[in-house]
Design a protein around this ligand. Structure first.
Ligand SMILES: CC(C)(COP(=O)(O)OP(=O)(O)OC[C@H]1O[C@@H](n2cnc3c(N)ncnc32)[C@H](O)[C@@H]1OP(=O)(O)O)[C@@H](O)C(=O)NCCC(=O)NCCSC(=O)CC(=O)O
Length: 538
C-alpha cells in the first residue's frame, strides 16, 4: 500500500470539504488538525518508515478524514492541479529524498501534477535551484475518494532545462503573433510615403530620412497601404473629417489580427478553445459597441460564458496592464485559462506631415501595427508548457505629467503628441520602480542585482532604451531583445512587450540552465504610466 498526503491550498480545501460533509465543522477541523500534527515532524514520511505506531496513527487519521467527508467527491476535476506532497509511504520517492545528499544535492518540493481528464499523474521531485526528476504514470479513479496509480510510463531526469512553476502562480502557457500583410522596409519608406501623401517639402524629407535611421527600425507591418490611400485619399488631406473611414478600416483590421494571433497562440497551447475561461482584449486602435472583445470571442468560437474584459486606449503600456489583470484572474479563479490579446494599428493617427507637429514625423518613422496573444493560467497541466511565471506586477503614474504623451480623438482621427522630454522623465523615475519590483522576489532568491536579471523593456524609442540602460548601469546586451523587436516590428504599442518576450523565450532557451532565472518587464505610456512585472523563466 502506498499512501500520499498532498496539499494544494489547505485552508480552501478544508473549507470545501467541510461544506460538503454532514459532520460538524468542529469534527472536521479536529480531524485535520490531528492529521497535520501527526505528520508535522515526519519529514514527508522518512521518519515514519521506522515508526510503525506513528504510521498506523497517520493512516487512521486519514481514514477518519475520509469518513467525515464520505459524501464528497475528491477525485473529480478539482483534483487536477499541482499538489505539494506533505507525507507519503511511497518507497521510491522517500529513497530519492533521503539519498539526494549522496549526489551533492538536496531534495526540494515534491510535487504531483494531476490531470484527471487525461488520467495522468507526474511525480516531480525538485532539486533546487533547477534540477528535476520526473516519474509519469497513469491513474485509475478507484472511488469518489481514491485514486490508484497504474504502470509507470516514463522516468526522466531533467537536470536543468526547466524550472518548476510555483503552485498557484500565474504562468504564460503560449504566445502567438500576427501582422497585417503590408510590409514596410524603412529603407524605402521616405520616398514612397512622401509620394503617396504628395509632400515635396525638402526639410521634411531630410528630417524623416534622418529619423528613419535613428529610430533603428528596419521593418514594420502596417494596415495602411497604397491601396488604402487610393481608396480613401482624404486620409492624406490635412483637416478632413475622416474618423468614420478610419474606424471602418481599423475596427475590422484589429479584430482580424487579434484573431490570427489568438489562433497561433491556441495552436501552440494545444488545448481546445472551450477551455478558455476569460478573455482580456487590449486595443487603442478601435472604437465601437460592442467592442472587439465580443467580435473576437464569436470568431474564435469561445464559450458564451467566457468572462470578457476590454482595455481601451491605454497606449503602449496596455499589454502589461492586460498581463497584470490576467495574473490576478488566473491566481484567483482555480483552473481558469485567460486569453490575453493585444491588437493595434496606427490608422487612427495617420496624418500628413506638418511642420507645426514635428512629433508626427517621429511617429511616422517609429510606429508599426500587429497583434499578439497569450494564454495565462496557474498550475499547468501535464499537456501545458509554461515558459514564464508572473511573480508580481505593479503600476505607477508620475503626477503632473498628463501632457507628456497626449492623445485626442477628433473628427480627423487621433492626434498624438509626444513631448521631447519623455525619455528624460522615464530615466529620472525608472530606478525606484525597478528596485521595488525586484524587492518582491523575496529573500529566497538571494540578493538580486539588476544585472542578474533578463530584461523585456518596451522600446518607446532608442532614446528611452539608452537612457534606461545608462541610468540602471545595465551591461551591454541586456536590452538586446527590446532593440531587436524595435528593429523587426517598430514600436507596435501594446503588442511590443510580447514580441520582446517571444525573443526573450528564444534567447533563454538557447542558454539553457545557464540562463537568468529572474526577469523584469517594463512598459511606459500616457500618464506618464509605468507598468512593470517581475517574472521567472521556467
Ligand atoms: C526619435 C529618436 C529616435 C530620434 O533620435 P535622434 O538621434 O535622431 O536625435 P533627436 O532626439 O535629436 O531627434 C532628431 C530630431 O527629431 C526631433 N524630435 C525627436 N523627438 C521629438 C518629439 N517627441 N517631438 C518633436 N520633435 C522630436 C528632434 O527635435 C530633432 O529635430 P531637430 O534636428 O529639428 O532638432 C529619439 O529621440 C527617441 O528615441 N525618442 C523617443 C521617442 C518617443 O518619445 N517614443 C515614445 C513613443 S510613445 C510610446 O511608446 C508609448 C505610448 O504610445 O503609449
Amino acid at each position: 500500500m502506498a499512501l500520499s498526503l498532498l496539499s494544494a491550498s489547505p485552508p480552501l480545501r478544508l473549507r470545501r470539504s467541510i461544506r460538503r460533509t454532514s459532520c460538524s465543522l468542529f469534527a472536521a477541523q479536529r480531524a485535520k488538525r490531528n492529521l497535520l500534527e501527526l505528520i508535522s515532524d515526519q519529514d514527508r514520511g522518512l521518519r515514519t518508515q521506522k515508526d510503525a505506531a506513528r504510521r498506523d496513527a497517520i493512516v487512521n487519521a486519514i481514514e477518519s478524514m475520509a469518513v467525515i467527508g464520505r459524501s464528497s467527491v475528491t477525485t473529480g476535476d478539482s483534483l487536477s492541479a499541482t499538489w505539494r506532497l506533505l507525507w507519503t509511504t511511497e518507497k521510491e520517492q522517500l529513497f530519492i529524498i533521503e539519498k539526494a545528499g549522496l549526489f551533492g544535492t538536496r531534495a526540494g518540493d515534491v510535487l504531483q501534477v494531476i490531470d484527471v481528464k487525461r488520467r495522468m499523474l507526474s511525480n516531480v521531485i525538485t532539486f533546487p535551484p533547477d534540477g528535476v526528476f520526473f516519474v509519469r504514470s497513469d491513474i485509475d479513479i478507484a472511488s469518489p475518494q481514491r485514486v490508484n496509480f497504474r504502470a509507470e510510463k516514463q522516468k526522466e531526469i531533467a537536470p536543468s532545462t526547466r524550472r518548476v512553476a510555483n503552485q498557484g502562480k500565474a504562468t504564460v502557457l503560449a504566445l502567438g503573433k500576427a501582422f497585417p500583410s503590408n510590409v514596410v522596409s524603412q529603407e524605402n519608406l521616405v520616398e514612397e510615403y512622401l509620394r503617396e501623401i504628395k509632400c515635396d517639402d525638402l526639410s521634411i524629407k531630410h528630417k524623416l530620412q534622418h529619423l528613419c535611421k535613428t529610430t533603428t527600425v528596419k521593418t514594420r507591418y502596417t494596415v495602411m497601404s497604397r491601396e488604402t490611400l487610393h481608396k480613401y485619399p482624404e486620409l492624406a488631406t490635412e483637416g478632413s473629417p475622416t474618423i468614420k473611414q478610419r474606424l471602418e478600416i481599423a475596427n475590422e483590421a484589429v479584430v482580424q489580427m487579434a484573431y490570427e494571433a489568438s489562433l497561433a497562440c491556441i495552436k501552440e497551447w494545444g488545448r481546445p478553445v472551450e477551455d478558455i475561461t476569460h478573455l482580456i482584449y487590449v486595443s487603442s486602435s478601435e472604437f465601437r459597441l460592442p467592442g472587439g472583445d465580443l467580435y473576437l470571442s464569436a470568431q474564435l468560437g469561445l464559450r458564451h460564458e467566457v468572462q470578457r474584459v476590454m482595455l481601451y486606449f491605454l497606449g503602449c503600456y496596455g499589454g502589461v496592464t492586460g498581463l497584470r489583470l490576467a495574473k490576478d484572474i488566473a491566481e484567483n479563479n482555480r483552473g481558469s485559462r485567460v486569453l490575453l490579446t493585444t491588437s493595434e494599428t496606427m490608422v487612427l493617427g495617420f496624418r500628413p506631415p506638418n511642420k507645426a507637429r514635428p512629433y508626427d514625423l517621429v511617429g511616422a518613422a517609429l510606429f508599426g501595427d500587429g497583434a499578439a496573444a497569450l494564454i495565462i493560467g496557474a498550475d499547468p497541466t501535464e499537456s501545458e508548457s509554461p515558459f514564464i511565471e508572473l511573480h508580481c506586477a505593479m503600476q505607477k503614474f508620475l503626477p503632473g505629467t498628463q501632457g507628456v504623451i497626449d492623445g485626442r480623438l477628433s473628427e480627423e482621427g487621433i492626434s498624438f503628441k509626444l513631448a521631447r522630454d519623455l525619455p528624460q522623465r522615464i530615466e529620472d523615475n525608472v530606478e525606484d520602480f525597478c528596485k521595488k519590483l525586484v524587492a518582491e522576489a523575496g529573500s529566497g532568491s538571494g540578493s538580486l542585482e539588476l544585472n542578474d536579471l533578463f530584461w523585456a523593456v518596451h522600446p518607446g524609442g532608442p532614446a528611452i532604451l539608452n537612457g534606461l540602460e545608462t541610468k540602471l548601469k545595465l551591461k551591454p546586451g541586456k536590452l538586446e531583445c527590446s532593440r531587436q523587436a524595435l528593429m523587426d516590428y517598430g514600436n507596435a504599442s501594446s503588442n511590443t512587450i510580447f514580441y520582446i518576450m517571444d525573443k526573450v523565450r528564444d534567447e533563454l532557451g538557447k542558454k539553457g540552465r545557464g540562463g537568468e532565472e529572474w526577469g523584469l518587464g517594463l512598459a511606459f505610456g500616457p500618464g506618464i504610466t509605468f507598468e512593470g512585472f517581475l517574472m521567472r523563466s521556467l
